[in-house]
Design a protein around this ligand. Sequence first.
Ligand code: GLN
Length: 550
Amino acid sequence: MKSKYIFVIGGVMSGVGKGIATSSLGLILKTKGYKVNLVKADPYLNVDAGTMNPTEHGEVFVMKEGLETDQDMGNYERFLHQDIHQVNYMTSGMVYKTVIDKERSLGYKGKCVEAIPHVRDEIINRYKEAAKENKSDITIVEIGGTIGDFQNAMFMEAAKTMKLKDPKDVIVVVVSYLPTPGAIGEMKSKPTQSAIRELNGYGLHPDFIIARSEVALDDKRKEKISISCNVPKENVISAPDIKSIYDVPINFNKDKIGEAVLKALSLKNKKPDAESSKLWGDWENFVKNVHLNKTKTFRVAMIGKYFDSGDFTLMDSYLSVMEALKFAAAKAKVGVEIEWVDSKTIEKDQNILKDVFKRCHGLIVPGGFGTTGVDGILKSIEYVRKNKIPYLGICYGMQLAVIEYATNVLGLKGVNTTEIDKDCKHKVIDIMESQKENLVKLAMGGSMRLGSYRCKLARGSIVHDLYKSDEVIERHRHRYEVNNDYVDQLESKGMIFSGKSIDGKLMEMIELKKDKHPFFVGTQSHPEFLSRPTTSHPLFDGLIKGMMGK
Ligand code: GLN
């Protein structure tokens, strides 16, 4: 079967949950027994998201094959409960680079190369390639930005051309916003009407309007939007603000969006197979656990570096980590809260740590790069290690835990990572051999050790108990590694290297024995990227159990 396409486009303004609407629609269609594929077309000129500062663009999500992408891809994988291929992510930069490289190698055979048709056709190729690679029945493409942006015009053109060729196989969904201005006290549909008119200028018309608003749309409002925007009333979907993003699929389902979309795509409302029905049942259970009245709530301190623009940015930078904690807490039926701690405040006054850990039951040091805030992080790790407070170190968080141990337990002077001090005396964390040339050439884009790698776990270790497996696969994003020259010394003083690469050369996980510390685990990988709502991640489960005293 040829794939059908749904283009999701934002109207009025950004940040109203287009990505969550796309992911939710994907989940619903998947649980109706169709093979669904989610694609993101980002208007940036960056070739991938890897070189962007998280405070600029939120978290960099790493895909299985190693592409560094937008946090939306994380939501797609979490909602669909499946790995997504990297062909499903594109940026304007990626598209233009392909076209320009092709032109430079005479690929257009002397033709004048133009946005239309060449850039547009490259986009269409990518949409189709993503559908083919995933053998999907339905491909949902989320176009970044909103209607009327100059930057996403080519992505719209591509959608228009595809709809013109196969009108029955392509539908358009607009996620719009209906404001209720305080002084008027009434929900206004005018901005949405204007957005649709602007969309019409591209030669596109919505088949569905998902109306984001503070409160649910009443019948009268649906009628008004239907008439003024020329969309059937049953295709106007109400999407009011809700407590948790994970409620969205449940809400959409009440409006029967799945059935209506299948009808619009001339697809049958078939009986879902066992796997799809189970996925929906598991989702409902998970959401129930999210809203359960929790008898116990744990507070986790998260010491981060990306504080430049306030807490809000920080949350965005570590989105997957936060979600992973929520999933593990939902599974354990406990509440979880995060306290953001700016490591610079600890550098100024270490006594702050006492107060922080009066309130907090555990610590996560997530991934990071560079020098800022590192001293404060090292102090925090020392504090939780000595005071037996559960600790999970992710990537930089593992590397810094090794540095702290080498300094304070081995008693070495001048310990560091060569990322911070190239000439330090004890290069306990050092650049990976394969990365040296990249640094010299300043080849920084997409060149880290990226994507999925296998890791062997030592039997009898904490991580082996948690994963219940001899071998695991996790996603990675790093240039530096534990220097093997120090492994024996560290082990002789009680640090256990419980996870190693398949060839045994790269230290992937560390831990301290249970009788020394209730939970002290670090991983070179990013377990947060593989944590899913209905199957929380073993390492996050471990941290929660550690805080529960189990
Ligand atoms: N900066 C460290 C490295 O490159 C850790 C990276 C990370 O935390 N993702 O190895």
